[in-house]
Write a new protein. Structure first.
Length: 255
């Protein structure tokens, strides 16, 4: 007996005409082909049929313990969302947004029509860009003042204090550097948000800045050029800057 099907929802798409699906990827494992539901004029829901036994609440809860499985589903979900990036606006839905029928999915979206309209207006014709800054402490550090060798404990304590002061100066300078960078990039954006990831260990050094910028398409070239200049300047000071994008406005669709 065939498994009952549910409706898996990837995203809401705002576009003046119905988007084409020729280049939309397969989607989450086990799902059917991506199709569109008409919500209203110029608003569509990207969905797919999904076997409910494979994606029941119990099955999902079990699967959440398998990071490889979650990663595969998340990557497939995001690939579908990102395939609509050329639309006026794309509002990503959360992973594992599933309804029992198309009608239930449409009912849910239409019940939030006012909020969705406001979000579409806020992010229309804009993309999200990510910026991360890491610090190479060796390159960025100012050498601590040298102290003469001495047999007394006073010389040892003096040297320890000099290293402590140098570390504090480096931390203070790093905070000022990334704050200034954030402000300059935000000035070229419609909105900007810092994620709470400061000082997390990552490859290359401590993560000093993890930020998302909502950039109008007309300003993207200016934003990227500024980021490239900032990257060269920061590299000479021991910082590494990476830019990713363009993305759907994942960070900016929440109220």
């Amino acid at each position: 007996m065939p498994s009952p099907k549910g409706t898996y929802v990837y995203c809401i798409v705002a576009a003046p005409r119905r988007p084409r699906l020729a280049r939309v990827p397969a989607g989450v494992p086990g799902a059917g082909k991506v199709r569109l539901l008409d919500v209203d004029a110029g608003l569509f829901l990207a969905v797919a049929d999904l076997p409910l036994d494979r994606y029941s609440e119990a099955a999902i809860n079990t699967g959440l313990a398998d990071l490889d499985w979650v990663s595969r589903v998340a990557v497939a979900h995001e690939a579908v969302v990102e395939s609509f990036i050329a639309a006026t606006a794309v509002l990503p839905m959360k992973l594992f947004t599933i309804f029992t029928t198309d009608e239930r999915a449409l009912e849910h979206v239409r019940s939030q029509r006012a909020r969705i309209t406001a979000v579409v207006k806020r992010v229309a014709d804009q993309h999200e860009w990510g910026v991360r800054v890491v610090l190479d402490r060796t390159l960025a550090a100012t050498p601590a003042p040298k102290t003469k060798k001495a047999g007394s404990g006073a010389a040892y304590l003096s040297q320890k204090k000099a290293h402590r002061d140098a570390s504090r100066e480096l931390a203070s300078r790093a905070r000022e550097t990334v704050a200034g960078l954030f402000d300059r990039l935000a000035a070229k954006s419609r909105d900007a948000r810092r994620r709470s990831a400061s000082e997390l260990p990552v490859q290359g050094g401590p993560l000093l800045l993890d930020a998302a910028f909502l950039v109008p398409r007309a300003r993207e070239a200016t934003f990227k050029a500024l980021a490239a200049r900032e990257s060269k300047t920061l590299a000479r000071q021991g910082y590494g800057l990476t830019v990713s994008g363009p993305w759907p406005p994942y960070t900016f669709v929440q109220d």
